[in-house]
Design a protein around this ligand. Structure first.
Ligand SMILES: Cc1ncc(C[n+]2csc(CCOP(=O)(O)OP(=O)(O)O)c2C)c(N)n1
Ligand SMILES: [Mg+2]
Length: 647
C-alpha cells in the first residue's frame, strides 16, 4: 500500500500524543514512541488484523509491546484506533487508577495483550502466543477453511534482546518454526546508560539466524513503505519466525534525538514545542490532533473490522461443515468447568506420582490441557502418556518456560501447565509474579519441594522458596500432604481463575486414608483438622510432607498426656480467605501452636496472627540420604515430640 502525507502525519500524531501524555505526567519514556511511531503505524495500518470494538476477537493478530516502557505509544494507538480509551485517560497517564499506567497492564486497558515492563517478558509471552496459534491452527484448520490464522507481532528494543530470556525464547521459537511470529527490533543503539557500544556489540543478525530465524533489515525506521515491505516479506515465511531489524532514532525529532537522555526523562514543555516544530506539526495545543488525522485512524479501524465479519462467516461455514470440531473449539475457548476426578489411590506414593496419575486422568477429560517441563518431565511426572502431541519440551529454559506459559494462557484456547524442581523457581520467578499480577492461570508445577531431595544436596534443596512464593500477592500456593490432597488440589486448579503453584514431593508419603472424607470436604478451606482434641494443649500444623511428621509427633505427645491436635494446611492463601469463625474454630486463639514445614520459618507468626513456634529449615540443606537430612534438621515425629516435651 502506498503511504501518503496523511500517513506520515498519523505517525506523528502518535508521537505527539505520547510525548504530551509524558510531559503532562512529568514522567515516562519519550524516546521509544518518538523513535518507533512510524513502525507501529505502518504495522497497524497495513498488516495488523484487529477489530478495535472487539479487542478480544479470537483470530486477531496479537501486538506485544515488549519494550513496555514505551507504553504511551501503545495508549496513543489504542486511543486513535478506537479501542475506547478516552483522551482523558491519556491526560491521566501514570495517575492512580487510570487506564494508562506506567507500563502496560493486561486486564486494565482493552487492547493490551500482556503486562510488559520487565524486559524480555513480552518477547517470550509472544513466543507462547505464537505457539498456541500454531497448535490450534494445526488442530482445527481445514485446507479450505482456515479459521485460526493470525500473527503475533512484537516490538522490542535492545534491552529485551540483551536479556537472557530472549535468547531462550528465541531459540525455542526457531526450533518450533513459529513462522507467524514477527519481531520488530527498535535498533536505536541506545539504552539508559548510553550507547550500546558499552555492553551490546554482538551481531544480532547472526545470532537470530543461528537460532533459525529469518532476519530482515529496514534501513530507515521512518520509511513506512520500507517497514511495510519488510513486514509483508516476514509474513510469507513458511518455516521460521522473523526478526526485522529496524534502524531508528531514539527521541526522533526532539532536541535530544539519539541521546540516552531521551530514553526515560520527560521532555520539557519547550522541548515538546521544539519537537512539534521539527515534525512540522500544525498545532501547539497539547493533546490536539487535527480532525482529518483522527478520521484517518477510524477509517482504517473500520476497514479492519470487516475482516472480523468475514471471519465470522467462515466460522459459520465451519460450524455447518465440521460441527463436532466447531463444538470442540468452543470448549477449548471456554473456561474449564468443574470436573470431578476419579483416580483411586490405595498405596503410599509421592505427591508428584499422584499428580501424574491425576494429570493423565484430567488430560482425558480436558482436551486442551497441554504442557511440559524444562527437561525434567520424567522427574516432575508431568508427561501426558496417551497424547504425545500435548507434551511440550521447553528445553532447559525455565525462565522462558514460565513466560511462554503465560503467553499460552494469554492467547486463549489452551490450558497450559509447566513444571520443574522447586529450587529452580527463581529462574522463573518474574513470570510467576506477572501471571499473578495479570490474574491468568497457567498451571505451575514444582516438584522436589524440600530437603527430602536428599543426596543432590543444598543446591537442589529448596529452603526459602515456599515462603518466597507466599509473598507474591494473589498467588495461591498448594502443598498437598498426600495423594488425596493432590487430587483435590488438581480439582481446584482446573476450575479456578487464580494463579496457582502446585508443590509436590519427590519422596513417597503415606496416604491419609482415615481422613478421606474430611479432605474431600475441607481441602479447599486451605486448612482443616486431622486430629481434633477438645481443649488441646497444643496444635501442630503441618504442610505437605511434614503433615505426617506432625501426625507422628502428635501421637507421641498424646501418649505422654500432652493433648495435641493436628491441622493439615495445604494452602496458606485459601485458609486466609476463610471466615474468622472457621479460622478461630480451627486454630483456637490462645492455644499454643507449632508449625512444621521443611522451609524457612519466617512469616508463620504473621499469617497466624500470633507468635507460633516452628520446626523448619532456616539454613541451606545438606547432601545426604533423605532420612539423614531430616534427622539432621530434627524433622521427625520423634525429635519434634521430644523437643516439645523438653521445652
Ligand atoms: C528486566 C529489566 N531490567 C531493567 C529494566 C530497566 N530498564 C527499562 S528500559 C531499559 C533500557 C532499555 O533499552 P532499550 O530496550 O534499548 O530501550 P530504549 O532506551 O531504546 O527505549 C532498562 C534498563 C527493566 N525494565 N527490566
Ligand atoms: Mg534502545
Amino acid at each position: 500500500m502506498k503511504f501518503t502525507d496523511l500517513d506520515g502525519q498519523s505517525a506523528d500524531a502518535l508521537r505527539i500524543l505520547a510525548i504530551d501524555a509524558i510531559t503532562n505526567a512529568n514522567s515516562g519514556h519519550p524516546g521509544l514512541p518518538l523513535g518507533t511511531a512510524s513502525i507501529a503505524y505502518a504495522l497497524w495500518k497495513d498488516h495488523l488484523k484487529f477489530d478495535s470494538k472487539r479487542p478480544d476477537w479470537f483470530d486477531r493478530d496479537r501486538f506485544v509491546l515488549s519494550a513496555g516502557h514505551g507504553s504511551s505509544l501503545l495508549y496513543a494507538l489504542l486511543h486513535l484506533f478506537g479501542y475506547g480509551l478516552p483522551l482523558e485517560e491519556l491526560k491521566r497517564f501514570r495517575k492512580l487508577d487510570s487506564l494508562t499506567p506506567g507500563h502496560p497492564e493486561y486486564g486494565r486497558t482493552a487492547g493490551v495483550e500482556t503486562t510488559t515492563g520487565p524486559l524480555g517478558q513480552g518477547f517470550a509471552n509472544a513466543v507462547g502466543m505464537a505457539m498456541a496459534e500454531q497448535i490450534l491452527a494445526r488442530k482445527f484448520n481445514r485446507p479450505e477453511l482456515e479459521i485460526i490464522d493470525h500473527k503475533t507481532y512484537v516490538l522490542c528494543g535492545e534491552g529485551d534482546l540483551m536479556e537472557g530470556l530472549t535468547y531462550e525464547a528465541a531459540s525455542l521459537a526457531g526450533h518450533l518454526k513459529l513462522n507467524k511470529l514477527v519481531c520488530l527490533f527498535d535498533f536505536n543503539k541506545i539504552t539508559i546508560e548510553g550507547s550500546t557500544d558499552l555492553a551490546f556489540t554482538e551481531d544480532v543478525e547472526k545470532r537470530f539466524k543461528a537460532q533459525n530465524w529469518n532476519v530482515l533489515k529496514v534501513e530507515n525506521g521512518n520509511d513506512q513503505e520500507e517497514i511495510s515491505r519488510a513486514v509483508r516479506k516476514a509474513g510469507k515465511s513458511q518455516d521460521k519466525p522473523s526478526l526485522i531489524i529496524v534502524k531508528t532514532h531514539i527521541g526522533y525529532k526532539s532536541p535530544k534525538q539519539d541521546s540516552n537522555k531521551v530514553h526515560g526523562e520527560p521532555l520539557s514543555p519547550e522541548e515538546v514545542l521544539k519537537t512539534r516544530e521539527n515534525l512540522g506539526w500544525p498545532d501547539k495545543e497539547p493533546f490536539s490532533v487535527p480532525e482529518p488525522i483522527r478520521a484517518n485512524f477510524l477509517v482504517i479501524a473500520s476497514k479492519k473490522a470487516r475482516e472480523r465479519k468475514r471471519w465470522e462467516k467462515r466460522m459459520e461455514e465451519y460450524r455447518t461443515k465440521y460441527p463436532s470440531d466447531y463444538e470442540k473449539l468452543g470448549n477449548f475457548l471456554k473456561k474449564t468447568e468443574e470436573i470431578k476426578l476419579e483416580t483411586v489411590f490405595d498405596q503410599p506414593m509421592a505427591t508428584r506420582e499422584a499428580s501424574y496419575k491425576v494429570l493423565n486422568e484430567a488430560a482425558e477429560k480436558i482436551e486442551n490441557l497441554y504442557g511440559g517441563s524444562a527437561d525434567l518431565a520424567p522427574s516432575t511426572k508431568t508427561k501426558i502418556d496417551k497424547y504425545p502431541e500435548r507434551n511440550f519440551h521447553f528445553g532447559i529454559r525455565e525462565h522462558a518456560m514460565g513466560a511462554i506459559s503465560n503467553g499460552l494462557a494469554l492467547h486463549g484456547g489452551l490450558r497450559p501447565f509447566c513444571s520443574t524442581f522447586l529450587v529452580f523457581l527463581d529462574y522463573m520467578k518474574t513470570p510467576v509474579r506477572l501471571a499473578s499480577m495479570m490474574k491468568i492461570n497457567p498451571i505451575y508445577i514444582f516438584t522436589h519441594d524440600s530437603i527430602a531431595v536428599g543426596e543432590d544436596g543444598p543446591t537442589h534443596q529448596p529452603v526459602e522458596h515456599i515462603m518466597s512464593m507466599r509473598l507474591i500477592p494473589e498467588l495461591t500456593v498448594l502443598r498437598p500432604a498426600d495423594a488425596f490432597e493432590t487430587k483435590k488440589a488438581w480439582e481446584y486448579i482446573l476450575r479456578t481463575d487464580k494463579t496457582v503453584c502446585l508443590l509436590l514431593t519427590r519422596q513417597k508419603l503415606p496416604l491419609l486414608s482415615a481422613h478421606r472424607e474430611t479432605i474431600e470436604r475441607d481441602f479447599e478451606k486451605g486448612a482443616y483438622a486431622l486430629v481434633e482434641k477438645e481443649k488441646p494443649d497444643l496444635i501442630l500444623i503441618g504442610t505437605g510432607s511434614e503433615t505426617h511428621i506432625a501426625l507422628e509427633a502428635a501421637k507421641r505427645l498424646n501418649e505422654k498426656g500432652v493433648k495435641t491436635s493436628v491441622v493439615s494446611m495445604p494452602s496458606w492463601e485459601l485458609f486466609s480467605k476463610q471466615p474468622e469463625s472457621y479460622k478461630e474454630a480451627l486454630l483456637k486463639k490462645g492455644v499454643r501452636k507449632i508449625v512444621i514445614e521443611a522451609g524457612r520459618s519466617t512469616g508463620w507468626s504473621d499469617l497466624l496472627g500470633e507468635k507460633v513456634g516452628c520446626f523448619g529449615v532456616d539454613s541451606f540443606g545438606r547432601s545426604a540420604p533423605e532420612k539423614d537430612v531430616y534427622n539432621f534438621f530434627g524433622l521427625t515425629g520423634e525429635a519434634v515430640a521430644e523437643k516439645i516435651i523438653r521445652q
